[in-house]
Design a protein around this ligand. Structure first.
Ligand SMILES: Cc1cc2nc3c(=O)[nH]c(=O)nc-3n(C[C@H](O)[C@H](O)[C@H](O)COP(=O)(O)O)c2cc1C
Ligand SMILES: Nc1ncnc2c1ncn2[C@@H]1O[C@H](COP(=O)(O)OP(=O)(O)OP(=O)(O)O)[C@@H](O)[C@H]1O
Length: 273
């Protein structure tokens, strides 16, 4: 089986290329043992990158590859939990950001109601130990997993002792007076605080889509700032975009590329005129 690479011809701006596996079954048997990070990692914000830095030093010390396990779609959306789960990143962009941060491979697990019903012990054994051959598991101090989100860092620590991996709980990076989080970033975007979102992300918020005329077609649930005009980077070039009254993203200036082509838009600041 060949490893799917996230960098494809329809993914612009990809810099590094690492494997992006869809499901544990796609991970080559030769990959493990490895250091595994688990979570949604939407947007790979500065808190996530602190986790990656920590995990990278463990993978370096042990001479093992570093794998990021992400869930798709967001667990809270699948479970019908009433909270904003709008996406700060496509899975391909997440993998691109992970590569830039020094991750060796990404495995995106399809999050379903069936997976949600697995106990912490089942997930740790089937996915982390048997599926991925984890030698170390690195998560943030607030990480939860398994049915009803009952598993914590302590649970993982206990399970890992029997299953042969070490567990590392990393303190949460703060932004202003709250933990840096995807939720915080989405909240900033929703109220048009692009600077706040960029502070949490460590870069401007970027969306990935396809052009149809002047409209950028985006995946459902893409996180966008409110209606208005924005100075933006369109495929890394200065431009002007608009979120119209119907929530559509339009390119007003800055992208001469033909229709149907993939395009990225990074929001810089609200444009008053
Ligand atoms: C096997 C498994 C089962 C889960 N079941 C539930 C669940 O029943 N209820 C829930 O709210 N979250 C559930 N989750 C989601 C986790 O609580 C958590 O959101 C997820 O592991 C992502 O971690 P993160 O939010 O720190 O990124 C489950 C996660 C996993 C891996
Ligand atoms: N500020 C942070 N510092 C260090 N690690 C973090 C931070 N935020 C999250 N993590 C860890 O990164 C992994 C992915 O977390 P997750 O995607 O849930 O982040 P989040 O920003 O809290 O998301 P959301 O706000 O959507 O719940 C988890 O192991 C989590 O514990």
């Amino acid at each position: 089986m060949t490893a799917a690479l996230f960098r494809r011809t329809d993914e612009p701006n990809a810099r590094a290329s690492i494997p992006l596996w869809r499901g544990v079954d796609q991970v080559p048997a030769t990959f493990g043992p490895c250091v595994v990070m688990v979570g949604v990692f939407d947007g790979l914000h500065r808190g996530h990158r602190r986790l990656v830095d920590h995990a990278r030093s463990i993978s370096h010390d042990r001479g093992l590859p570093l794998l990021l396990v992400t869930f798709d779609p967001h667990p809270a959306r699948v479970l019908g939990i009433d909270r904003d789960t709008s996406a700060l990143s496509t899975i391909a962009y997440r993998a691109e950001l992970a590569a830039d941060a020094g991750v060796d491979a990404v495995c995106a697990l399809r999050f379903t109601r069936e997976l949600a019903s697995w106990t912490p012990a089942e997930f740790a054994r089937e996915v982390l130990a048997d599926g991925l051959r984890a030698a170390a598991v690195v998560v943030g101090a607030n990480f939860t997993f398994g049915a009803r989100g009952a598993g914590t860092v302590d649970t993982l620590n206990e399970l890992g002792r029997d299953l042969g991996f070490t567990t590392h709980g990393v303190p949460l990076l703060q932004v202003v007076d709250t933990p840096c989080s995807s939720t915080y970033t989405r909240r900033c975007l929703r109220v048009g605080d692009l600077a706040g979102a960029a502070r949490a992300l460590g870069r401007p918020h970027r969306v990935d889509g396809h052009r149809l005329g002047d409209v950028v077609l985006l995946a459902d649930y893409t996180a966008l700032p409110p209606t208005g005009r924005y100075r933006a980077l369109v495929d890394d070039r200065e431009g002007l975009v608009e979120i119209d009254a119907d929530g559509r993203l339009r390119i007003l200036a800055g992208d001469p590329s033909p229709a149907g082509r993939p395009v990225t838009v990074a929001f810089l600041e609200h444009n008053e005129c």
